[in-house]
Design a protein around this ligand. Structure first.
Ligand code: PSU
Ligand code: MN
Length: 305
């Protein structure tokens, strides 16, 4: 199958899609901009293994030398983890990278778009982008929210990153008609922490129930994305009270260094890594793995009719 002249679907992904078997998409900005090497490489391999273990096929999505890759080989994945100067690609510039032969990691927005193009319904990430603190002045609102409003893919996250204004992020998602479903809890998780002060908009306790909700949305023609907030495992979390101090310190450093635009999220993540001496990175890897496992279970539940 050739989707378009710019896209390469990995053979095992293509076979699974043709046979109606479960597939889980994975983003790659987390590889190129979200974690240092070699942790990014190990994480990227581990999440693929976890998805396979659950009976689904992983498809890491990225742009390599102007090719939109739906599924990377182990060598391609390793090369991406080490590449210098990769772009951070969203809806606005994904096609630019294709036209110009560039290499880049796909954000949640670009990965959703590409997954939908390939017919993949479920996608696992760490945390989505959202409304940044101070957005009333900076206007910094992630294109991930717009994409969730328009593209029919289920995104499994650990909640919005606590570096964001979570209340405003939820307001925007509600406006755009995006259901936010917390897995097995009554409050929204906050990425590194299991709990935030914010009530879960919706709660479901199993992958099967989420698949059932998605089928009902499809039956009545409600398109657009769904956001699953899957709390980080208790053993790996950094409690919210402790995170709050680290986050304000990182934001203070960003303000002092004049960091704006696309650079903000990667900058804050790397400063928090520095401030926590790597503890945040350990938590980040654990939550991504946890999300990959749950996303695979949702994909499996959706594939059973
Ligand atoms: N989750 C992580 N690490 C990351 C990201 C998510 O654990 O680096 C990335 C995602 O690709 C997300 C992006 O789409 O950060 C958001 O960037 P921005 O706020 O600039 O839209
Ligand atoms: Mn932004």
């Amino acid at each position: 199958m050739t989707l378009n002249p710019f896209t390469d679907i990995a053979p095992e992904v293509e076979q699974a899609l043709d046979a109606g078997k479960p597939v889980v998409a994975l983003e790659s900005t987390i590889i190129t901009h979200g974690m240092p090497y070699p942790d990014n490489s190990r994480m990227a391999a581990d999440v693929e293994a976890i998805i396979a273990e659950e009976g689904a096929v992983p498809a890491t999505i990225a742009i390599v030398d102007g090719r939109l890759k739906i599924g990377l080989s182990a060598n391609e994945r390793e090369a991406l983890a080490q590449v210098k100067g990769a772009m951070k690609l969203s809806r606005a510039d994904l096609a630019f990278a294709l036209a110009e032969g560039r290499t880049g990691g796909t954000t949640v927005a670009a990965t959703m778009l590409a997954a939908h193009l390939a017919g993949i319904k479920v996608f696992a990430t760490g945390g989505i982008g959202g409304v940044h603190k101070g957005a009333e002045l900076s206007f910094d609102i992630s294109a991930d929210l717009e994409e969730l409003g328009r593209t029919s893919v289920i995104v499994v996250s650990a909640g919005a990153k606590a570096i964001l204004d979570i209340e405003k992020t939820l307001e925007v998602l509600e406006t755009k008609g995006v259901p936010v479903v917390v897995h097995g809890a009554d409050v929204l998780p906050a990425f590194w922490s299991r709990q935030s002060p914010i009530k879960a908009p919706l709660r479901l306790d199993s992958a099967e129930a989420i698949a059932g909700f998605q089928r009902a949305r499809e039956a009545i023609g409600v398109n657009g994305g769904m956001l699953i907030a899957n709390p980080i495992p208790a053993a790996d979390e950094i409690p919210a009270e402790r995170m709050a101090g680290y986050i304000s310190e990182a934001i203070a450093r960003a303000t002092k260094d004049g960091v704006t635009g696309k650079a903000v999220t990667p900058y804050l993540l790397s400063e928090i890594l520095d401030i926590t001496k790597g503890e945040s990175l350990k938590a980040n890897i654990a939550l991504v793995e946890n999300n990959a496992r749950f996303a695979a279970r949702i994909a499996v539940a959706l594939a059973i009719r």
